[in-house]
Write a protein of this length. Sequence first.
Length: 93
Amino acid sequence: MTIPAPGRYTARDAVAVKELGAAPAWRGVGLARRMHDALLDGRPEAHATLMVNPAAGDGKVMRLYEGWGYDEEIGTVQPSPESPWLVCMARPV
């Protein structure tokens, strides 16, 4: 990351959401949101984090996550030299 993540988003205090998606035929019907909510339901961690390419869908994907409560940007990261820069986002569980 370009800056160290705040301690509340590391170790046992946060769960990372990774690679959530729905097949094209199931998009737009709320399935991904229901899967996301089911994943977080009853989790003991205080926060959830994820990484998103801010350019994906011309910003649509990032706005979607903001609508799901991921309203805190905690930094940026480039996982490998070939990958785009990703924004790390967080929300309370």
